[in-house]
Design a protein around this ligand. Structure first.
Ligand SMILES: Nc1ncnc2c1ncn2[C@@H]1O[C@H](COP(=O)(O)OP(=O)(O)OP(=O)(O)O)[C@@H](O)[C@H]1O
Length: 578
């Protein structure tokens, strides 16, 4: 837990200073209790030793002042702590977002959406009691208990040591039980994440569940997960209460021992009556900080496993290292591409996705990659964009290894029209400006016209200012594709990858989109990844992939004449014999 807290506080170094300030306030609160205890002990011994009340007014007034001071200190501490937590949470959230961007879509893809979502949102929120309350309370309670016990030790060393030992057993028992709690906390977190991710999956896939009449079945599975989560929550609470109860038991045991021992020493004359009163009052104050610790610990019981889950994400090492600092200038625009003997296996798979893939694309050439589903076409794009790094082999742009370019520089050289265009919740204009935030209205208009998107945008209720829903669901597949083409035009990158560019377009719209794509590819080095062979006929060369490597290469007529893989693919798609 210590390393997790250190990690969070390192993100907001000012928080260390503020936590020291909070510890100071908490110690002052303890000092007011100790002062009050000493004054009451003194008052009681005076009352029992004489009948004069004149000398009692000053200590009574001082007790009143200490109580007022305590109220002010508690208000200051309670209003400061949430601000410290809020600043740390803000820093953690910012770092989490950066981390997810740093690990990129390749690595992030391996985490479930629900997991990511809960880490980003749900696990950061409970950090409040951990940072602003638990951390300063641990330090202040141990120091406070030692401070209060000093007075008891001064009066009666044996009683003082008994009180201090019992008080410190509470945090020690928690430290001893940490492994137990950690193990149950981790299980609770896995259960929570699983339930969250499954629920999100069910909501996102509701239409599919309904279509397959599977919602009842999925509902029962979710209920079973809910039950498992409930069991894991109870187990965690049991572990929590188990370790807490040892600490809680120490309070009556310690107090009874202190009073008993103190009374015995008073009876035998080794402690005065005034000393006995001090023991009575300050034994209680030695345990008070431990009560605070107990309630802070209790409030942080969800925050501790959540904090660990957040820290786990923050500690992920990105597979793709962004080491280059300056982007080398292109010697030729558009540049040529070279894929050299690429080998790549997804970390979760045993069979390689690319197994010796080699291809040279001349500057300005338009090459189409075709092949059966799973042949490795999209993986080539993933490696070109460095979502993953190849296990062996290299990719060169303009004769330079892509690792010589900073990631941002590399990605600015490549425009992508993807299979499934993602539109963010925002207006059409905002989605277009994602490609180039400084694009002028005239540039947007030209890009939209070339992408054959003018008609449909003008039919939208607010034209360019129409908000397209999350994942662009308010637009059809073809409309999203046109926006993607307009975005690529605005980006104006010298290399272009079209991943299934006409996959969601019907035959009636295909001619328009094909023309838009023709405009888009002019003057750029283009790689088209395609299933629909009708879209690749115009390519300068067609590359046929199978099992992660190139098996045929040539023009459409050449490949047909060869009567090999390509001819077979064409025959399968057109329904004619090869
Ligand atoms: N993120 C991933 N994690 C694990 N395996 C993957 C991942 N993406 C693809 N694969 C596997 O790698 C192989 C190549 O996949 P790839 O997506 O490159 O093929 P493709 O030719 O583009 O297929 P399609 O035409 O169906 O999109 C396949 O066996 C696929 O199951």
């Amino acid at each position: 837990m210590r390393s997790t807290i250190k990690l969070f506080l390192a993100l907001q170094p000012r928080a260390w200073v503020e936590i020291v300030g909070l510890v100071g306030l908490m110690l002052l609160v303890t000092a007011t209790y100790v002062g009050q205890g000493l004054l009451i002990a003194d008052l009681l011994s005076r009352v029992f030793s004489s009948n004069e009340i004149d000398g009692l007014l000053a200590p009574l007034a001082t007790i009143g002042v200490l109580q007022l001071a305590r109220i002010v200190l508690i208000v200051a501490k309670d209003s400061w702590a949430p601000r410290v937590s809020a600043r740390v949470k803000e820093a953690v959230r910012e770092r989490l977002t950066l981390k997810l961007m740093e690990i990129g879509p390749g690595q992030a893809q391996r985490m479930r959406t629900g997991d990511l979502q809960s880490t980003l949102v749900d696990y950061v929120e409970p950090l409040d009691p951990l940072v602003g309350r638990f951390v300063p309370t641990v330090v202040a309670s141990v120091m406070g208990s030692c401070l209060a016990s000093v007075y008891v030790v001064a009066v009666d060393p044996a009683v003082g040591l008994v009180v201090l030992a019992c008080a410190l057993l509470a945090p020690l028992s928690k430290a001893a039980g940490e492994r137990w709690i950690k193990e149950r906390g981790n299980r609770w977190m896995v259960s929570y994440r699983g339930m969250y991710a499954e629920s999100l999956d069910a909501v996102q896939g509701m239409a599919t569940l309904k279509a397959f009449n599977a919602s009842g079945r999925r509902g029962r599975e979710l209920a079973a997960r809910g039950e498992a989560f409930c069991r894991d929550s109870i187990r965690l609470m049991v572990a929590w209460c188990g370790t807490s109860s040892i600490g809680a038991l120490m309070v009556p045991i310690g107090t009874t021992a202190a009073v008993g021992l103190g009374a015995w020493h008073a009876a035998t004359g080794s402690v005065s009556v005034a000393g006995l009163f001090t023991i009575l009052m300050l034994s209680r104050e030695t345990f008070r900080p431990m009560h605070e610790l107990e309630s802070a610990y209790h409030a942080a019981y969800q925050a501790i496993p959540a904090g660990r889950a957040v820290a786990d994400v923050l500690r992920i090492e990105p597979h793709v290292q962004d080491t280059a600092t300056t982007a080398p200038a292109l010697r030729q625009t558009p540049p040529g591409l070279e894929f050299r003997d690429l080998r790549f296996c997804y970390p979760t798979r045993r069979a390689p996705a690319l197994d010796g893939f080699s291809l040279v694309v001349a500057p300005g050439e338009r090459v189409a990659i075709v092949g059966r589903s799973g042949a490795g076409k999209s993986t080539v794009l993933g490696l070109l964009m460095r979502y993953f790094d190849a296990d062996a082999g290299s990719i060169r742009i303009d004769g330079r290894d892509i690792r010589e370019f900073p990631l941002a520089g590399l990605r600015s050289l490549v425009g992508v029209v993807a299979q499934d265009t993602y539109l963010f919740h925002g207006t059409v204009r905002e989605n277009l400006l994602l490609a180039r935030p400084d694009a002028t209205d005239e540039e947007i208009r030209r890009a939209v016209a070339a992408a054959q998107a003018v008609d449909f945008i003008s039919r939208l209720p607010q034209g360019f200012e129409t908000v397209v829903g999350e994942r662009g669901l308010k637009l059809s597949g073809g409309e999203r594709q046109r926006i993607a083409i307009a975005r690529a035009l605005l980006k104006d990158a010298p290399v272009l990858v079209l991943d299934e560019p006409t996959s969601s377009i019907d035959a009636a719209n295909e001619a328009e989109i094909t023309q838009a794509l023709g405009d888009l590819t002019r003057g750029r080095t283009t790689v088209v990844i395609a299933h629909r062979l009708s879209t690749v006929r115009d390519a300068d060369r067609i590359v046929v992939m199978d099992s992660g490597r190139v098996v045929e290469l040539g023009s459409h007529p050449d490949l047909l004449a060869r009567k090999g893989f390509y001819a077979e693919l064409v025959a399968t798609q057109t329904g004619t014999p090869a």
